[in-house]
Design a protein around this ligand. Structure first.
Ligand SMILES: C[S@@+](CC[C@H](N)C(=O)[O-])C[C@H]1O[C@@H](n2cnc3c(N)ncnc32)[C@H](O)[C@@H]1O
Length: 272
């Protein structure tokens, strides 16, 4: 299991300060937990995975059976993939994320919804009966795994690839690391109109971003403080790790996650 989830919710320096001033109104939760579901949904509802899904889909033979999507979350990439006509087995660890994913599926016509199987599981240690021609991980998802967890991901994917199958992994292009940079603050607006403050701090000596999100309204009750740790991983490091795990990396294609603008994601293609 991912260490972050196994260890429980991450406490950040900023979350300690915020919770101390919120007193009994304060609630600390991981960004993928149930208590964060409203915040996550409000901020992410219009996150569009269509371009990313197309990049994956261009590399999948439509007749090759279900695609295994790891860390599917609330379905940012799953839904466009289904819309493109594919069958998807969507694996996710967080029950809160799964609940939102299932709710979204209920709104689809049965012939589309029935092409998706939702699996509660840990991408670093799962055992399914089926083997897949394609396993995908969308951008940002490998960044939730610690160094100690990623070998489990690669081993589990190896076990689930059909002969000749492909592992497609989207890796966000890592920002330059400035270890002693001050905490960055940014105000965000949710779809509901509610405002939030995002605090992002680079941990000194580690390539980890600590994220804390809280309501902009200091009097909010409950005052939900969501935290997360994101590892800044360079594509070269992932390529090395994949090769050490016995994969051949056969493609590295940059693309723009927004469909246009800067190429901020690299799609790695690997096979055994
Ligand atoms: C950055 S989000 C991406 C979600 C979705 N793929 C997307 O593109 O919106 C990372 C997801 O990984 C999930 N996650 C974290 N650790 C996991 C694990 N060990 N196994 C499966 N999912 C995990 C989180 O709950 C979250 O939904």
């Amino acid at each position: 299991m991912s260490e972050q989830i196994a260890r429980g919710t991450v406490r950040t320096t900023r979350s300690d300060v915020l919770l101390a001033s919120a007193g009994e109104r304060g609630v600390l939760c991981g960004i993928y937990d149930e208590d964060a579901a409203d915040t996550y949904h409000d901020l992410m509802q219009d996150a569009d995975g269509t371009s990313e899904a197309r990049e994956f889909a261009n590399r999948v033979d439509p007749g090759s059976g279900p695609v295994l999507e790891l860390a599917a979350g609330t379905g940012r990439v799953t839904f466009p993939f289904l819309a493109l006509g594919f069958e998807v087995a969507a694996l996710e660890l967080s029950t809160a994320m799964i609940a939102t994913l299932r709710k979204g599926l209920e709104d689809l016509p049965p012939e589309v919804r029935d092409r998706c199987t939702v699996v509660h599981g840990d991408m670093t240690a799962f055992a399914l009966e089926e083997r897949f021609e394609t396993v995908i991980v969308s951008s940002g998802s490998i960044n939730v795994l610690d160094d100690a967890d990623r070998p489990g991901l690669y081993a589990s994917v190896r076990e689930h690839l059909a002969p000749g199958g492909r592992f497609l992994l989207a890796v966000a292009v890592a920002e330059a690391v400035k270890p002693d940079s001050p905490e960055r603050q940014q105000e965000l607006s949710g779809l509901s109109g509610r405002r939030y403050v995002l605090h992002a701090k680079m941990l000194a000596g580690e390539e980890i971003h600590e994220i804390t999100i809280c309501p902009a309204d200091e009097a909010a009750d409950p005052f939900v403080v969501c935290t997360n740790r994101i590892r800044l991983l360079k594509a070269d490091q992932i390529v090395r790790e994949l090769e050490q795990a016995g994969f051949r990396v056969t493609g590295r294609t940059p693309f723009a996650s927004a469909g246009q603008g800067s190429e901020d994601v690299l799609l790695l293609e690997a096979s055994l």
